[in-house]
Ligand binder design. Structure first.
Ligand code: ADP
Ligand code: MG
Length: 730
């Protein structure tokens, strides 16, 4: 069937109006089946000899290396459990630098010499696998002639069963490294960053007389996303190729009525959310919150926080489940940061803190004044890390999608700052102003103004929604993170930055205690030094305002507006110094990461330009030409029967004006292609900048004319689903 004019749209609208919520059989209490598809502690207790279980627990929770001696017993237990649950295959599940997950399945089945079939799974198959690594992005670190890469089981994240339409697969969360041990994935640097953070945090805690075995970073990622009907999606080449609409006029009704946020959830969407949660619960993902977001057809899901490695895996799984479950509901899942122009985009708010192995949240103001001294120190470490490495944090959230969101008056700007809230600010100001003068003992010092911290910090009613990095009572919320990306890189960067600050603090605090004598006083003096040093990063005002851009510049805060200049930070000495000292990336790995991120950016834009060009040539211009022919012949037919005069002249002018739009579009399209050709360069950094700063505006110009045309071309001729349809029909 050749689809012309709006036939496709009419078909899609017809499909959408027939849809009903998908029903699936559930009816079980969640606690009865939560984690049933994971090799969890209950299963371990059942299936593993006691000593093996104990040893494995140390690896899972204590960061101990896996005792190779137990791998055989563990593999055997896992195989039994997997087969009992209907698995036919197993895979190492890992996170290459594509940003999504990868898996290569192998059957448990082996056929012996005598032709008899048996299921086997060895210790070495559990611990290590060797996928052909040559087709994953490596940033040039691994030449294809030595394409070997290994996946290594990461026992800190639970093994799980993924259900497929006709069978089940055992998935083993893994790290992915090259033959020479270099990280080829996002998970390995994250795990290393936690080790670094832990080591330095322990040093600080020791000075407070505490000796937990390790410190973890915790993460609760709030995930925003869009859902539209898949019939509309199937008619939008731009959504399919690039994840966002490259053209599309605004809907007369957008989000101006503010009636979507926290509004009642449409039943088709609720059906999706319920099935999503059901799937997530089986995998042990603690999905907690669901609601409508600000933009039409935009939603949010948030889990209960977990250790950062597990939370990162769970977030990757959640995005994957969202994609799969959406399909079952005839919905298309849009994870791009800005699928629709003119309305809010999507982010991933990373709620982050540090917790000890004894379960203490290090950013929780305590019940006692002593605890609050410790809280202030960990707060300062975070401030110092973010202040010193704000450029790297900006780089960690860079990507072509987030460029459309950051600073777009809905999301934080590209300038990284920290929001603490009024009361906490008062406390820090008092410490800075030395309002503690006269107090000589720890008790006196504390009583002066930090004894009320717990209530103060929690009473953060003036939540600053515009801040990229906000304190929210007992954790920070890194709100500038992109919706589509893995949380691994932003979290590894934050862990490294704060870890470095903690190492520095441990040294300085020890010296200070010797110098001052009194512990409490020493802490407060050190805190004061950090308050002064990091003051520039604190901002309580409206991050969306123009004044902030000016003010931030005065303060010397970087404003890395677009991805190319943000990524360039990865190639600096400062980046190398932090990441190599933290052991998060080696020089080679960092260079590779820089290259592959820049390459990724370039590819994204190239895909968008190719797609836009084709849509203009094959969809917009043909529709416009037909419309032009129609209106021109209407005028010509008037003239043919002798009707003349001012009214007809006005219509002639309309035709001329419309023809002008077509000419404008052709000119804009040519200019975009010229800009693209001019951007070509051997120097990838230069090319990326040209794409951002000359091709980007050229694409906007093309879009501008297309969107004007959409609003004047006869509706029956317009082939692309319109915003008002995609966003409001489901
Ligand atoms: P808010 O309304 O402040 O955003 P929520 O209670 O909804 O707070 O929490 C948002 C996210 O923050 C959730 O995923 C939650 O589990 C997570 N969170 C809470 N405490 C911590 C913590 N200590 N570390 C990391 N994440 C946390
Ligand atoms: Mg929140």
């Amino acid at each position: 069937m050749s689809v012309t004019g709006n036939q496709g749209r009419l078909w899609a609208i017809g499909e959408v109006t027939k849809r009903t919520p998908r029903i699936f059989a559930n009816g079980h209490k969640v606690s009865d089946y939560f984690g049933c598809n994971t090799f969890n502690q209950k299963v371990m207790v059942e299936k593993l000899p006691k000593d093996v279980y104990k040893s494995l627990l140390k690896t899972i929770h204590g960061g101990h290396k896996l005792d190779q001696g137990i791998a055989g017993a563990v593999a055997h237990a896992i195989k039994e459990w997997a087969l009992e649950n209907g698995c036919t295959h197993f895979c190492h599940w890992f996170q290459p630098n594509t940003g999504i997950t990868a898996e290569k399945h192998d059957a448990f089945l082996t056929v012996d010499g005598d032709g008899s079939a048996i299921e086997r799974f060895s210790a070495s198959q559990l611990v290590q696998s060797e996928p052909d690594a040559s087709s994953f992005p490596s940033g040039g670190m691994r030449a294809t002639f030595e394409a070997r890469g290994y996946t290594i089981w990461d026992p800190s994240s639970p093994i799980f069963i993924m259900e497929g339409p006709n069978g089940k697969t055992l998935c083993i969360p893994s790290a992915f490294i090259s033959y020479h041990g270099q990280a080829l994935d996002k998970k390995t640097p994250l795990l290393r960053s936690v080790e670094y953070l832990s080591g330095n945090a322990l040093q600080v805690l020791k000075l407070f007389g505490k000796n937990p075995t390790h410190v973890e970073a915790t993460l609760g990622p709030e995930q925003e996303y869009f859902l539209i009907d898949e019939a509309f999606y199937s008619l939008r080449p731009d959504l399919q190729a690039s994840g966002r609409t490259l053209i599309g006029a605004p809907s007369p009704k957008g989000q101006q009525l503010e009636d979507q946020y926290f509004g009642s959830i449409k039943s088709r969407i609720l059906a999706f959310m319920q099935e999503l949660e059901h799937e997530g619960f089986k995998l042990g993902i603690p999905m907690k919150t669901r609601h409508n977001e600000v933009a039409p057809s935009q939603f949010e899901a948030a889990p209960v926080f977990e250790m950062v490695g597990v939370a990162t895996d769970h977030n990757q799984l959640t995005m994957e489940l969202m994609r799969r479950v959406a399909k079952r509901h005839n919905l298309a899942f849009l994870i791009h940061e800005k699928p629709f122009a003119g309305i809010n985009g999507s982010g991933k708010h990373n709620n982050w803190s540090m917790a000890t192995s004894d379960g203490e949240n290090l950013l929780e103001p305590g019940a006692t004044p002593e605890a609050n001294l410790q809280f202030l120190v960990f707060l300062m470490a975070t401030m110092k890390g973010v202040w010193k490495h704000s450029r790297l944090l900006r780089a960690a959230i860079a990507g072509s999608g987030n460029d459309h969101r950051l600073g777009a008056n809905e999301a934080p700007p590209a300038i990284i700052s920290v929001f603490l809230g009024e009361e906490l600010t008062k406390v820090l100001d008092a410490i800075e102003a030395n309002a503690l003068e006269g107090a000589t003992t720890e008790k006196q010092v504390i009583n002066l103004n930090i004894s009320k911290l717990p209530e103060i910090a929690k009473d953060n009613t003036d939540r600053n929604r515009t801040s990229p990095f906000a304190f929210t009572g007992n954790k920070f919320e890194f709100r500038a993170v992109a919706s589509s990306v893995s949380t691994a890189t932003p979290m590894a960067t934050l862990n490294a930055a704060v870890g470095e600050a903690l190492g520095e603090i441990a040294g300085r605090l020890e010296a200070k205690i010797k110098e001052v004598g009194d512990f409490g006083k020493a802490v407060i003096e050190l805190v004061r030094e950090y308050v002064v040093e990091t003051k520039a990063i604190r901002f309580e005002g409206n991050n969306y305002s123009e004044e902030w851009v000016v003010e931030a510049e005065k303060r010397g805060l970087p404003n890395l507006r677009k991805t190319p200049e943000a990524l360039a930070e990865l190639a600096t000495d400062a980046a190398a110094a932090l990441f190599t000292a933290a052991g998060v990336y080696s020089h080679d790995e960092l260079e590779a990461r820089y290259h592959l991120e820049v390459e990724r950016y370039i590819k994204d834009i190239e895909i968008e330009v190719a797609c836009l060009d084709e849509m203009v040539s094959t969809m917009v211009l043909p529709a416009a030409s037909k419309h032009q022919a129609n209106i021109a012949s209407a005028v010509a037919s008037l003239k043919a029967i002798g009707i003349d005069g001012a009214a007809v002249e006005a219509q002639v002018a309309d035709v001329a004006q419309f023809a002008g739009l077509i000419a404008d579009l052709k000119a804009a399209q040519t200019a975009m292609k010229s800009a693209m050709a001019a951007a070509e360069s051997e120097d990838l950094q230069k090319k990326a900048s040209a794409l951002a700063y000359s091709v980007g505006p050229a694409m906007d110009a093309v879009r501008g004319v297309c969107d004007t045309l959409e609003q004047v071309v006869e509706d029956a001729l317009w082939p692309l689903p319109k915003y008002r349809e995609m966003l409001f029909l489901s």
